[in-house]
Write a protein that binds this ligand. Structure first.
Ligand SMILES: [Zn+2]
Length: 72
């Protein structure tokens, strides 16, 4: 019983936005919860602050399509 309440503290903390892989830096997508290479091919650069978006391109594309579909 007490084992269940003693949850792993690492599970409740959000994952790091960036992680280092052998080939380079990966960025975490908060939508699909996957790591993707932190470059312009996988993440859109926001024009307002020059940083990578927190969603990967695939998720942004999907969200845009879904919005359009819901609207119509
Ligand atoms: Zn994603």
């Amino acid at each position: 019983m007490s084992l269940i309440s003693q949850a792993n503290p690492q599970e409740s903390t959000p994952p790091p936005k960036l992680r280092l892989e052998w080939y380079g830096v990966e960025r975490y997508c908060v939508h699909c919860r996957e790591y993707w290479p932190a470059d312009n091919e996988f993440f859109r650069v926001r024009a307002d602050d020059g940083k990578f978006s927190s969603w990967c391109r695939a998720c942004e594309y999907e969200a845009r399509n879904n919005k359009r579909r819901v609207k119509r």
